[in-house]
Design a protein around this ligand. Structure first.
Ligand code: FES
Length: 178
């Protein structure tokens, strides 16, 4: 699996433009509406694609780089589409002390993405979070909203196995070797 880097497909682009325009129609062309517009577009699409940011910049008559700067400044905004499964590695103090960064590295290596990214097949997205309130179970990873405790690198493999990740990989390898 590799990260999502390519531009949206034609159908996806049309969908992005249509949804973005629907949001823009609800707002006056005022710069102070930039954040509520970004929030509404993200609510519709799950992230802020480049096409949407360009459209918003055009509508508000500001530069695309200004929109991008705001999007990257606030961590509520996502630049990548959400995956089917969300992986959130806790890096709060307790998890950090118990090797949260090692767990994060294990997820990165296994999914072949960095934090803040989504796998190419859009199965998983990876991010970091602050304390989720289960410090006694550190290091914690929140998988699809459910906190999992003692997630060491070997447990990462086990959790991925639970998603049939290994199985899928083996099947792919088998068909490629034919
Ligand atoms: S620091 Fe990770 S759950 Fe509290």
């Amino acid at each position: 699996m590799s990260k999502v880097t390519s531009a949206a497909s034609e159908a996806e682009r049309n969908h992005i433009i249509k949804e973005t325009e629907a949001v823009l129609n609800r707002f006056a062309r005022k710069k102070q509406h930039l954040i509520p517009i970004l929030q509404s577009v993200q609510e519709k699409l799950g992230y802020l694609p480049r096409e949407a940011m360009m459209k918003i910049a055009d509508y508000l008559n500001i530069s695309a780089i200004d929109v991008y700067s705001v999007v990257t400044f606030y961590n509520q905004f996502r630049l990548n589409p959400p995956g089917k499964h969300s992986i959130r590695v806790c890096l709060g103090t307790a998890c950090h002390m118990k090797g949260g960064y090692i767990t994060l590295d294990a997820w990165k290596r296994r999914l072949k993405i960095d934090s803040g990214e989504t796998t190419q097949d859009r199965e998983f997205d990876l991010d970091i979070v602050a304390c989720v309130g289960c410090c006694t179970k550190a290091p914690v990873t929140v998988v699809d909203g459910k906190p999992e405790g003692q997630v060491e690198p070997t447990r990462v493999d086990g959790l991925l196995l639970g998603f049939g990740y290994e199985e899928g990989k083996k099947e792919k390898e088998k068909s490629e070797s034919k």
